[in-house]
Write a protein that binds this ligand. Structure first.
Ligand code: NAD
Length: 288
């Protein structure tokens, strides 16, 4: 890869902490090489204390933009000039585009999830989805699903620090989109059973199923049925306890790898104006 970097190469950054484990540089640099695009993608260990300086630095160096991950997703908007409608509704940014010094924040996690569903042949438009989560990933999916035309969303979350965020998300979706959203307490198992029974798609958009909650799920096997599409945003492990149970029942399933690929593909398109070579990337990243 370093052989193709010259004085003309344009930088794209990733600002997050911890971030050394990320597979984003591997994905984007392979896609740049494959298409012969003169960009280089580098990860920088930056937290909220140095975020403003880092953003100013990228702008001063005329970088094309950056990705943003935890814990900067809900803070970086303070240092940007504009937000996309989805970033505005979600209150989070994972992609920044620099157009001649004007920085626009986008959120591509929701698009990534919805595109991944479509890529699997799962149709969510006009359907009802029950989704668990109120964090960054969940909010992005809920907002994008509502914007794209999912008919009804039943959102569940624990009554933890994220619950109030879900209250706001439900209010925004009901006020600004045609989707009907309702919020429930995840501890209300009867409501969870009832809403799943009435849904076409069930989604886990929390960290339950990955470390340190690996092997766990809040779903009971008899809440699922074979024609229910079951999806999980977790991709490490690739098969969570939820997806194991769903497969035992015979449900069509999807893990978070496709969402990871397609959120990256959308960011790639925003920076380069080119489509990411999806089939090549699936092969490169080992995504079935
Ligand atoms: P976050 O910290 O913003 O949100 C955490 C969510 O998990 C909240 O809704 C919280 O209430 C819930 N939660 C935490 N502990 C719980 C428990 N014991 N039981 C039930 N709910 C619990 O995190 P995030 O950034 O939204 O990430 C959530 C998951 O999504 C992570 O597993 C992350 O890896 C995954 N993710 C995947 C992609 C992808 O591209 N596939 C992208 C972003 C995030």
């Amino acid at each position: 890869m370093e052989k193709r970097i010259t004085g003309y190469t344009t930088l794209i950054g990733l600002l997050a902490t911890p971030i050394k484990h990320t597979s984003s540089p591997k994905m984007h640099n392979e896609a740049f090489s494959y298409l012969g695009l003169d960009y280089a993608y580098l990860a920088f260990e930056v937290g909220p204390d140095r975020l403003e300086d880092a953003v100013k630095g990228l702008k001063a160096m005329q970088a094309r933009g950056c990705n943003v991950s935890m814990p900067n997703k809900t803070i970086i908007h303070e240092y940007l000039d504009k937000l996309s409608p989805a970033a505005e509704l979600t209150g989070a940014v994972n992609t920044v585009v620099n157009d001649n010094g004007v920085l626009t924040g986008h959120i591509t996690d929701g698009v990534g999830y919805m595109t991944s569903l479509k890529d699997k042949g799962f149709d969510a438009i006009g359907k009802k989805m029950t989704i668990v989560g109120a964090g960054g990933a969940a909010t992005a999916i809920e907002v994008q699903a509502a914007l794209d035309g999912v008919r009804e969303l039943s959102i569940f979350n624990k009554k933890d620090a994220f619950y109030d965020r879900a209250v706001q998300t439900v209010k925004d979706i009901n006020e600004k989109t045609n989707c009907k959203a309702t919020l429930f307490d995840l501890d209300d198992k009867e409501a969870l059973r009832r809403e799943i029974a009435d849904s076409d798609i069930f989604t886990n958009a929390t960290g339950v199923g990955m470390k340190p909650l690996e092997g766990q799920t809040y779903v009971e096997k008899d809440m699922l049925r074979p024609d229910l599409i079951v999806t999980d945003v977790v991709y490490m492990p690739t098969k969570t306890r939820l997806l194991e149970i769903a497969e035992e029942i015979g449900c069509p399933t999807m893990n978070g790898l496709g969402m990871m690929l397609f959120q990256g593909a959308k960011a790639f398109e925003l920076w380069t104006g080119k489509e990411m070579p999806i089939e090549h990337m699936k092969e490169f990243l080992g995504i079935k």
